[in-house]
Structure formats: structure tokens, C-alpha cells
Design a protein around this ligand. Structure first.
Ligand code: SF4
Ligand code: SF4
Length: 252
């Protein structure tokens, strides 16, 4: 395995004892992303190695975390070892907040949705997982959110079988042409108001499939309320994102 991928994978690894991890541990973890320190000379080697097309270095270093595959290739490519692993946001509410620039802050707030959107959930979060042409990696992570380790139901969150019962559409995949009609029907079937979450790089920007027969993410087809970066985002990051977006971070 490549050194950069190994490093980023090991640092994002989850292996703790059951029962379900404690609330402080859940909140203390973070996804890690590459970000340059002051020694970056804008040589552009990392951008050339970035398969996600996430990094540009025209004048200054810039990365779109909404395109980042968390592969670590850029870290390997940087001869001056300027790229460090720093905390990535679990989620953002605005697409523009996924853009990171060298020399600026890599921190993002944990803003909650506005009151009208937060009221959508009532006393529980009913989630419909929507596959918009995903490779299935995000669905594996969504399945794990309900297992005994992550146990999202302790927070009042659950997966529902029908979009008619959903408060939240948790969408993964680049929105392929073949899934567009099914996607539109699911969106129409889910009652309003609803909260739309773009889970993972494909739903945000098309990811590796952006140049295929896809819509390059769901942004152009529906208004997105919450963006969760990652490829795929791990179960704990998605749970933290939903808790943060709904202002439930102090809740068991
Ligand atoms: S992070 Fe490293 S490889 Fe990328 S532009 Fe800066 S010095 Fe070059
Ligand atoms: S996809 Fe992300 S981790 Fe991989 S090379 Fe590009 S910026 Fe680096």
C-alpha cells in the first residue's frame, strides 16, 4: 500500500471496544485531511498527483474538500513534506466552506441549521438513505451507523423504508443518468419541508465519476442543506454531522 494512503487510512481507523463508544469519544474524533504549512512553495507537485482534481496551485494552494478522495497521494508527492494531516470538518452548511486555502484557517464552525429546518425532525431523525448511483461504499457506512458499535438509535436517529416517512434524505452517489428518474421520484415522495444531506464526495461533486454519465453531484438537482465530505465518510462522522446540523450535540 502506498505510504500516503497507509498513513491517512491508519489515522482514520476506528477500532474500539464495545459497547457503543462513549459520547466523549464520538465527539473527540475527527476525519483528517491534507493541509500545507508555511513551508509550501506552491510548486504544484501535489496538484499533479491529485486524482480527485481537488488541489489547484495557480498563485496559491487551494483544495476543494468536496472533491477530495482522502487518498493521501498529495502527501507523498510533496518533496518538502509541507502537507500535514489536520482536522477536517464533519460537515458544512455551505458548499463554499469546503474550499481551503493555504495560509488561511483550516477550521470550520459547527453551525446548526436554521430553526425552521431543525423543526423538521420533531423528536426523532427519520432518515431515508438514497442511492443516486453510489459505488455502495457510502451505503456500507450507513448500514454501520445502526450497528451495536455506533448505535445511532440512541440519538433518536433511524433509517426508514419509505421516503414518505423521511425527515432527512441522506444522498450518496454522483447522480448517474440511470438513477435520475428514481432520484426525482424519491425527492417528490418525501414530504416537505425536508432536509437534504449530500453524503460523500460523489454526491457533492461527482467524485471520481464526475466525467462519466452523471450530473456531477446532486447540487444542480436539489437544494442541499448539509454537505458531509469523505470517500466514504465513516459512520461516526455522519452521526456527528447530523447531530451538529440539528443542534443535538449535547444529547445522548
Ligand atoms: S504542498 Fe508541497 S507539493 Fe503541494 S504545492 Fe506546496 S510544496 Fe508543492
Ligand atoms: S484526493 Fe485529496 S488526499 Fe487525494 S491527492 Fe487529492 S487532495 Fe490529496
Amino acid at each position: 500500500m502506498e505510504e500516503g494512503l497507509l498513513r491517512i487510512s491508519l489515522k482514520n481507523l476506528v477500532s474500539l471496544k464495545r459497547p457503543a463508544e462513549s459520547i466523549p469519544v464520538l465527539y473527540s474524533r475527527k476525519m483528517l485531511m491534507p493541509f500545507p504549512d508555511a513551508s509550501c512553495n506552491n510548486c504544484g507537485d501535489c496538484a499533479k498527483e491529485c486524482r480527485g482534481g481537488a488541489i489547484t496551485v495557480s498563485g496559491a494552494w487551494e483544495m476543494d474538500l468536496g472533491k477530495c478522495l482522502f487518498c493521501g497521494r498529495c502527501i507523498e508527492a510533496c518533496e518538502s513534506r509541507s502537507l500535514k494531516l489536520v482536522d477536517a470538518p464533519d460537515y458544512v452548511l455551505k458548499r463554499a466552506d469546503l474550499i481551503f486555502r493555504g495560509g488561511e484557517s483550516a477550521e470550520r464552525g459547527r453551525d446548526a441549521l436554521d430553526k425552521a429546518k431543525r423543526k423538521v425532525i420533531g423528536r426523532s431523525v427519520n432518515i431515508r438513505d438514497v442511492d443516486a448511483g453510489s459505488c455502495n461504499a457510502c451505503e456500507v457506512e450507513v448500514n454501520s451507523m445502526s450497528n451495536r458499535f455506533y448505535d445511532m438509535e440512541r440519538f433518536g436517529m433511524k433509517i426508514v423504508a419509505s421516503p414518505r416517512h423521511a425527515d432527512v434524505l441522506l444522498v450518496a452517489g454522483p447522480l448517474t443518468e440511470n438513477m435520475k428518474e428514481a432520484f426525482d421520484r424519491v425527492v417528490a415522495a418525501a414530504p416537505n419541508p425536508k432536509v437534504v444531506v449530500a453524503m460523500g464526495v460523489c454526491a457533492i461533486s461527482g467524485g471520481l465519476f464526475r466525467d462519466g454519465e452523471t450530473h456531477g453531484g446532486i447540487d444542480g438537482s436539489i437544494a442541499v442543506d448539509v454537505y458531509i465530505p469523505g470517500c466514504p465518510p465513516p459512520p461516526d462522522a455522519v452521526i456527528r454531522a447530523l447531530l451538529g446540523a440539528f443542534g443535538l450535540t449535547g444529547q445522548r
